[in-house]
Design a protein around this ligand. Sequence first.
Ligand SMILES: Nc1nc2c(ncn2[C@@H]2O[C@H](COP(=O)(O)OP(=O)(O)OP(=O)(O)O)[C@@H](O)[C@H]2O)c(=O)[nH]1
Ligand SMILES: [Mg+2]
Length: 240
Amino acid sequence: MWTTEKTWFDSLLIRLFDGVTLGILGIDNSGKSVLCDFILTQDLKHGVYTSTSTRNEIKIVQIRKDKKTIRLKHIFDVGGQTDLYNLKKSTFTSSDYIIYVLRSDLIINEEKFVSQCSSQQEQEELNEAKRRHRNALAADFEQFKYWRQNIPFWEQKKPSQIIVVGNHFGITDEQDNIDENSVPSFLDKKTKSLYTRNFRKCCEEITSYSDEKVKIKWVAGSLASSELAKQLVLDIIEEV
Ligand SMILES: Nc1nc2c(ncn2[C@@H]2O[C@H](COP(=O)(O)OP(=O)(O)OP(=O)(O)O)[C@@H](O)[C@H]2O)c(=O)[nH]1
Ligand SMILES: [Mg+2]
């Protein structure tokens, strides 16, 4: 597990010297705020957040896992709505790391991971949700490209790394409980690696983003249960 505890001395170090900025961006309703809160509290809370209509700022955070320490001056959790253009832009161009969250279940096409629909109407709704999600992904990365190319030369070019996080949603029952069995078994390394490869391939086809100065990493998992969420965060920490 990781810890977010820190001493006053850690806080001072982060404030004065080596804290970096982490921006959490992505498609709306994809789990950004749940993920951000889970990283900070290790307590998975579903259904308590309403859509983020602005940018939440969390200051001075330290994440420690084994010998790795990540010192953050700011975490910005930005709502995914399209009208937050300016906040997204300033977060993107001022963050050292970007975590970009999307629903991988609406992106991947590998048959064994794709959700099954029982009726034609359900299938049509799913197809429409997929179409919208893919368009939103393509549009976001188009903007990233544009923002990177148009930063004035006297401003430092950021970010240095984008971690694309695929959150496989899974099916919710009438009581709003998520059925863990409707999510691929990300705790199994082989399954996770096959899924991640497919997820990456599908995203690359949709975005065709390339920028030699920005490292892109791919992490796939789910926030459907605490166990899965823990694994997802550990995989993200590994990539930072
Ligand atoms: N079934 C399922 N629901 C999830 C999962 N992750 C998040 N949710 C739910 O999806 C809804 C949206 O989650 P948020 O974390 O608020 O999403 P967000 O990306 O911050 O949304 P915006 O701030 O509006 O862009 C909440 O009701 C969550 O409980 C998941 O892995 N599976
Ligand atoms: Mg949010």
